[in-house]
Design a protein around this ligand. Structure first.
Ligand SMILES: C[S@@+](CC[C@H](N)C(=O)[O-])C[C@H]1O[C@@H](n2cnc3c(N)ncnc32)[C@H](O)[C@@H]1O
Length: 589
């Protein structure tokens, strides 16, 4: 996309009712981030940079396509569920934007086809660096992370062939067969899906007529006294996925409710696919960990981008996605964040969240080991815990694992646990999700205790019991082996191996560099948490020796792992993460 496309877009934006303060915000190329918004002068906090009418957001609520296709037919093809409907609206808009440039424009009026978003569509990316588009060799670099399981390529391809393709064949006036091979291919479907994944917002319908009246009054005040006076705004969030239709609210008589017929079978307001919207101009803002300085606010008729901090001239205006971990950033947006982090096992200095970009700093090992994404997480699957316990000495006592899992899930508990980077000096008990400890206890508890707990409806406690050294050490041993096996699932060797790779940036292709950064963040968490487990285990051993003598401490360090896997050893076993999974899923049903 060139400057002329941007100029045409800005002109379209303004002539469609959008308003942008071009003295304050410029659009420019930002190295390695595509385009972004730049402050043209110092901007105070609470300043409105731009507004746009809800009607120029692009969603299934505002697109003319569902009405032209017919609402009943739209539903019959299940285009009102999930993202397929919006993907189709975008593909259709894209097709006619480009085709109307070359075909007889009479067609437009003849078929009532309007390409309202043409100049906007031309600003959208056509290539992506998200793992959806990676080769299998590139994806292999992400082995161990949860990214690959979450890409969802198969589900997307099923929706394409079972919903979208049959739908377009029924309406040749809207989707002429000559367009199919060009604008409605599987690749085009993935591109439209990726545009939504990386750029859409959740824009809820404005719900309450009284609120609208109140807000009209408030708007009057706000105009006089500045955008910071806007009350009760609803900050938007970047949206991840919508799998159900859901909205219990009656349609509001607002500008963006073109397709109110589609609202009626809503079940859950949180996941209404018609809330998922492309928001021109707002989606030009980049994001960076901890750097948000602007937010998009809802109002009855407009969306308003307002600074939430002072922004200095020349700085980027960032609207973040809630500072996700690198695994999510990479999967959804195709980039990763690197800022200065505290590493408990390497660093005795306190956290400094100073922004550092890899390209700006020396890429020696010393620098790299202090860079990361503080929001990184490791997802530990519950089936791995069951697998570890079943292979340990504890399992001889445990014959009713299905019943225990069924009870756990029946109580609404999770099948995945999230570990984050330990903060400086944080205790192990503050790092571990209570549910993780509770599940380990549930799986290892003697049969009698399990029956009694279940009859009382009380799941085991999710914290270490003070004074019960044996119990705490058992939990720690299981946990350490679970994390040992998690570590073994990653490709690329140790933390140090990945750090070395990153210190040679010239040898790394961009996608591989991103994969190494994403997996390194997770490996560091596992290393740091395991280090704390070992410290706590050692402390408990001292306590038990002091209080009871060695004889009483009958927990053995080697009772986990029938093939001799020792807690605390650095030896790694590669375990198929799905082992035990089928049993877990059976129980879940
Ligand atoms: C909402 S769009 C922002 C506008 C986009 N840069 C463009 O050129 O249109 C989000 C996309 O911008 C890029 N991006 C945003 N923040 C970035 C960052 N900190 N580093 C690298 N790329 C970034 C990613 O490609 C992401 O998918």
């Amino acid at each position: 996309m060139d400057d002329a496309d941007i100029a045409a877009f800005v002109q379209w934006f303004q002539s469609s009712g959008g308003s942008i303060d071009t003295k304050v915000m410029g659009i420019a190329d930002v190295p390695r981030s595509g385009r972004g918004a730049i402050a043209m002068c110092d901007i105070p906090e609470g300043y409105t940079i731009f507004t746009l009418p809800r009607a120029i957001t692009l969603s299934t609520r505002t697109s003319p396509l569902p009405a032209l296709f017919g609402f009943d037919a739209w539903r019959a093809h299940r285009l009102h569920k999930g993202w397929v409907g919006l993907i189709l609206c975008m593909m259709w808009e894209d097709a006619w934007t480009h085709e109307l440039d070359v075909v007889d424009r009479d067609r437009q009026s003849q078929d009532n086809i309007q390409t309202k978003w043409g100049p906007y569509m031309r600003t959208l990316p056509t290539t992506f660096d998200t793992p959806m588009f990676w080769s299998s060799e590139e994806l292999e670099e992400l082995r161990g992370t949860s990214v690959v399981d979450k890409i969802g390529r198969e589900d997307a391809e099923r929706a394409y062939s079972e919903q979208l393709v049959p739908a377009i064949k029924t309406a040749p006036n809207l989707f002429p067969p000559s367009h199919h091979g060009k604008w409605y291919t599987l690749d085009a479907y993935h591109r439209a899906g990726s545009r939504i994944l990386s750029r859409s917002f959740t824009v809820h319908r404005w719900k309450d007529d009284d609120e609208i009246e109140e807000d009209k009054d408030r708007d009057g005040v706000a105009e006089e006294s500045g955008a910071s006076e806007v009350e009760d705004p609803h900050p938007n969030t970047f949206t991840e996925s919508s799998t159900h239709v859901g909205d219990a609210h009656s349609p509001s008589p607002l500008l963006d409710d073109t397709n109110e017929e589609l609202n009626s079978d809503s079940e859950d307001d949180e996941d209404d696919p018609s809330d998922v919207a492309m928001v021109p101009m707002a989606d030009l803002l980049n994001a960076r960990w901890g750097s948000e300085n602007a937010k998009l606010f809802y109002e009855p008729f407009v969306l308003r981008m307002v600074t939430t901090k002072k922004v200095k001239q020349g700085e980027q205006i960032f609207n973040t996605y809630g500072d996700p971990p690198n695994s999510d950033l990479l999967r959804r947006y195709g980039h990763v964040d690197l800022v200065r982090i505290h590493s408990p096992s390497r660093d005795s200095t306190p956290d400094r969240l100073e922004d550092v970009e890899m390209k700006d700093c020396d890429t020696d090992v010393e620098t790299i080991l202090r860079l990361g994404n503080p929001s990184d997480v490791v997802e530990v699957r519950a089936d791995l815990i069951v697998h570890v316990v079943q292979r340990s000495n504890f399992s001889s006592k445990m014959k009713d694992v299905h019943t225990r899992i069924e009870w756990w899930l029946g109580e609404g508990e999770d099948d995945t646990f999230v570990l984050s980077l330990p903060g400086p000096g944080s205790a192990l008990s503050a790092i571990l999700p209570p549910a993780l400890i509770s599940l380990i206890r549930l799986i290892i508890m003697p049969e009698g205790d399990f029956k009694s707990a279940r009859s009382k409806g009380k799941l085991p406690k999710g914290h270490f019991k003070k004074g019960d050294v044996k119990d705490s050490k058992q939990v720690l041993e299981i946990l350490d082996e679970v994390l040992n096996q998690c570590e073994g699932m990653y490709i690329g060797g140790s933390v140090e191996d990945d750090e070395r790779l990153l210190s040679l940036p010239e040898t790394l292709a961009e996608r591989k560099r991103h994969a190494v950064i994403a997996r390194l963040g997770e490996k560091r968490i596992l290393r740091d948490v395991r280090q704390r487990i070992r410290m706590m285990f050692a402390e408990l051993s001292v306590t038990s020796r002091t209080e009871f003598g060695d004889e009483k401490d009958n927990t053995r360090r080697d009772n986990v792992g029938e093939d001799g896997g020792k807690a605390g050893s650095n030896r790694k076993r590669v375990v198929n993460g799905r082992e035990g999974g089928s049993e877990w899923k059976r129980a879940r049903k």
